[in-house]
Write a protein that binds this ligand. Structure first.
Ligand SMILES: [Zn+2]
Length: 112
């Protein structure tokens, strides 16, 4: 059975490194097909356009089974979170409906 390997023991030393801009690298998660949920260190200036060429994987390579399972499970989580958000909206609506029905019921009881 193929197992996903764990992170290497040299991670702490890598976390101390500096990028070519002399700044502390940021930990980023890759979501490409070949590297789903695989972390790497990159330049903190990457998103501001002044990036240097620092790129260092933090995690070991994803096993073949992980390359299939991780995107599937991520997609499933996104789907379930959307369903949960929909259910919460519906629950709020139903609470308002029940509260209105209770108010109407009380008013009708008082008018009798
Ligand atoms: Zn840099």
């Amino acid at each position: 059975m193929e197992a996903c390997s764990s992170t290497s023991s040299s991670m702490r030393r890598r976390a101390q490194m500096m990028c070519y801009c002399n700044q502390k690298p940021v930990l980023v998660v890759a979501w490409t097909a070949d590297n789903p949920d695989r972390r790497f260190y990159g330049c903190p200036n990457y998103w501001v356009g002044r990036k240097c060429r620092l790129f260092q994987w933090r995690d070991d390579e994803i096993c073949e089974r992980g390359k299939v399972l991780i995107p599937q499970q991520r997609q499933r989580i996104i789907q379930l979170e959307a369903e949960l958000a929909h259910c919460k909206k519906r629950e709020k609506f139903l609470v308002v409906v029940v509260a209105l029905l209770m108010v109407i019921f009380v008013v009708l009881c008082l008018l009798r």
